[in-house]
Design a protein around this ligand. Structure first.
Ligand SMILES: Cc1ncc(COP(=O)(O)O)c(C=O)c1O
Length: 463
């Protein structure tokens, strides 16, 4: 016990946690074990991790086969840089092509932010070498997150993540997100129709035209805005953005860092909409977070513009750890788990169940909307349903802590767009059991019913 207290004191002294600053009173949860959808903290408290880590432990915790894949690769051949090659990188690239259902060439990095940075550089250089040297700007949406580096943060539409770090990389432009609950074109309150979808896509086209198409390199978007508040686009929107890009000669970069790997009930989120992006970026679920790895998948036709024998035609871009052999080996095994256990289909089915269960809270005066796709779910909280005024930080915090007290970890879209940090997020492991899903639903229902004194949902026993 003394050891634990010492460690916690050292944690406070030496570790700078993400999204935090100096606060001697801050209580961080130190996690020591994890299995299935459950994590255990240093004091032995168990929690159902309704966020799968950071939207990322898609196949669940405690997968020995993934640890074994890393071990075997590390003992066989622990590292070689990607200027040359290794077997797991090849195997994974071939598998990703199968999952992407088209011909892509894969550039590996370590994180989602780097995967997006790589995409930006590739897009600019591609245009330079494709007779369109003036194309250097990028269009993205307010409320979407694309990473923490100076380019990917510039693409991000969250003022609260940028404030005090600016100026960031120039040339990143933003348009409205297709938010059906707070629609700027219709009454909102629900899902918008095709008419609004086209108007939101038109906004992208207008920005491209007004900036001059010959200066715009790419549009970057997530199929569904995730960290910004689970904003599911109206029908026809993603397809129309694809058309806009085609009409204007602008590349489409699809950020699948969260939506990829089954999260939304398809292998990749954009596959709901039948489009073929020019570039697809991915991270998190690629290894279910058992190893850092990310990828930038680039259409073969683009790759062929990077003349390998030309001094400046090549992509002059490298990172030491990107495509680490152990990461690639884990990813290959991870994708096999998905296929063996039908986890993409499971995400779609369990997502339906989750939303059906949560329909019980839809009448609550502070629940504006429950929305999502697959096992990606958001609960937008409001002060009152009539005005749709976003819920206060205190009200959102109450829900998060109410869940945690009862053994459930949920997320929230913190520090994103001013005034709109009012969405509770759920993104559990895709192999979540029926019993665990019911625990999520019952716990959330109880928190919204304010039934603090009543019988609490029983935590399923350790398997
Ligand atoms: C959609 C999206 N893109 C990019 C990133 C950046 O990924 P990373 O944190 O691995 O750099 C994230 C991270 O949450 C993300 O949600």
């Amino acid at each position: 016990m003394q050891d634990t207290r010492d460690l916690l004191a050292k944690d406070r002294r030496y570790v700078w946690h993400a999204m935090t600053g100096f606060d001697p009173e801050a209580a961080t949860m130190v996690v020591t074990e994890a299995e299935g959808a459950w994590v255990t903290d240093v004091d032995g408290n168990r929690y159902l991790d309704g966020m799968a880590g950071l939207w990322s432990v898609n196949v669940g915790y405690g997968r020995e086969e993934l640890a074994r894949a890393a071990y075997e690769q590390l003992t066989t051949m622990p590292f070689y840089p990607m200027m040359q090659g290794h077997l797991p990188a090849i195997e994974l690239a071939e598998k990703l092509n199968e999952w992407l259902k088209d011909e892509y060439v894969i550039f590996y990095s370590n994180s989602g932010s780097e995967a997006n940075e790589t995409a930006f550089k590739i897009a600019r250089q591609y245009h330079q070498q494709n007779g369109d040297p003036g194309r250097w700007k990028f269009v993205s949406r307010y409320r979407a997150y694309h990473g923490n580096t100076l380019g990917s943060l510039a693409a991000t539409g969250h003022a609260l993540r940028k404030y005090r770090y600016e100026p960031l990389a120039p040339g990143f432009l933003h348009v409205s997100p297709p938010d059906g609950y707070r629609c700027i074109y219709c009454e909102g309150g629900g899902e918008c129709g095709r008419e609004c979808a086209l108007k939101y896509a038109k906004e992208i086209e207008r920005v491209i035209e007004w900036e001059l198409p010959e200066t715009v390199a790419a549009v970057i978007m997530e199929p569904i805005i995730t960290g910004g508040g689970i904003i599911v686009p109206p029908e026809g929107y993603v397809e129309e953005v694809g058309q806009v890009c085609e009409r204007t000669g602008v590349l489409l970069i699809m950020d699948e860092v969260i939506c990829g790997f089954g999260r939304t009930g398809e292998r990749f989120g954009h596959q709901h909409y039948g489009i073929r992006p020019d570039i697809v970026t991915m991270a998190k679920g690629i290894t279910s977070s058992y190893f850092p790895l990310s990828a930038t998948a680039v259409k073969r036709t683009l790759f062929e513009k990077f003349e390998g024998t030309d001094q400046y035609g090549r992509l002059r871009h490298v990172n030491t750890f990107g495509g680490h052999p152990a990461g690639c080996a884990v990813a290959v095994r991870n994708l096999r788990v998905f296929e063996e256990e039908g986890l993409v289909e499971r995400s779609a089915a369990m997502g339906e169940k989750l939303r059906a269960g949560l329909s019980a809270i839809e009448d609550n005066p502070h629940v504006g909307q429950v929305r999502g796709k697959g096992l990606l779910c958001g609960i937008e909280l409001v002060e009152d349903r009539e005005s749709r005024q976003p819920a206060s930080a205190a009200r959102v915090a109450e829900v998060v802590s109410g869940c945690k007290e009862r053994g459930l970890i949920v997320g929230k879209n913190g520090d994103t767009t001013p005034g709109f940090n009012n969405v509770i997020t759920l993104s559990p492991p895709l192999n979540i059991t029926d019993e665990d899903l019911e625990f999520i639903v019952e716990t959330i229902k109880e928190v919204f019913e304010g039934n603090a004194e009543g019988e609490r949902p029983v935590r399923p026993p350790v398997a």
